[in-house]
Write a protein that binds this ligand. Structure first.
Ligand SMILES: [Zn+2]
Length: 211
């Protein structure tokens, strides 16, 4: 099996797994994997639970559609993440319930939208900047994402959802799941007095487990 065929199968497997666990409802969410000369991306209006490896879209490095079904309308988000992060090989974007709920809160810190509740959240996501609301398809959104991608693995789009990158697809999926679960914990704990990790504890994690 070629490396590209393996990547197509990985996208299908992860899509199904995310869908079956309720993390990517309806036709929301999209997955991409970077190739040496472009990227593979899930098709527009596709349900991630029922992807066909042969219909996955192939784009060149500039985002031009080359083959397969037409790509997700959010492909520009993925391209912006790849442009900002040379080491990233996979990007996952979901409309997962708790992370979207978080993105709708009015009192978020735009530099770091989710506080450091657990060590694994800090290790897999780090600091999570918030990109202000943009209408779907607005070109300015790509610019805003690209500017923050240089220093962040994950970004939260206001009133929309998270975009997470990693060195491979397994890691990107694990990281966005960690983000969704941490957002869920955040809402479970809301109203309680929470002992967050301290700034010194976060810095210690960043030094021992650099991104
Ligand atoms: Zn979206």
């Amino acid at each position: 099996m070629s490396a590209e065929a393996r990547l197509r199968d990985e996208i299908v497997l992860h899509g199904r797994s995310l869908y079956e666990r309720g993390l990517t409802p309806g036709s929301s969410g999209n997955i991409s994997v970077r190739l040496d000369d472009g990227m593979l991306a899930t098709p527009t209006d596709s349900c991630l639970g029922r992807l066909d490896p042969a219909r996955i879209s192939r784009l060149d490095a500039a985002g031009k559609h080359l083959s397969g079904a037409p790509p997700t309308k959010e492909a520009f988000l993925h391209l912006a993440m790849y442009r900002g992060r040379v080491e990233a090989r996979a990007v996952v974007h979901l409309h997962s319930t708790h992370a979207v709920a978080l993105s709708c809160l009015a009192d978020l810190d735009p530099a770091d939208a989710l506080p450091p509740i657990t060590a694994y959240y800090v290790m897999k996501i780090g600091r999570l900047p918030l990109v202000p609301y943009h209408r779907p398809g607005d070109g300015a959104l790509a610019e805003a994402v690209g500017a923050r991608a240089r220093d962040h693995r994950a970004i939260l789009l206001a009133n929309h959802g998270p975009v997470v990158s990693a060195r491979d697809l397994d890691s990107a999926v694990a990281a966005i799941e960690e983000l969704e679960e941490t957002a869920r914990l955040f809402f479970l704990l809301r109203g309680s007095v929470i002992r967050m990790l301290t700034e010194a504890q976060v810095r210690d994690l960043e030094q021992v487990f650099p991104s």
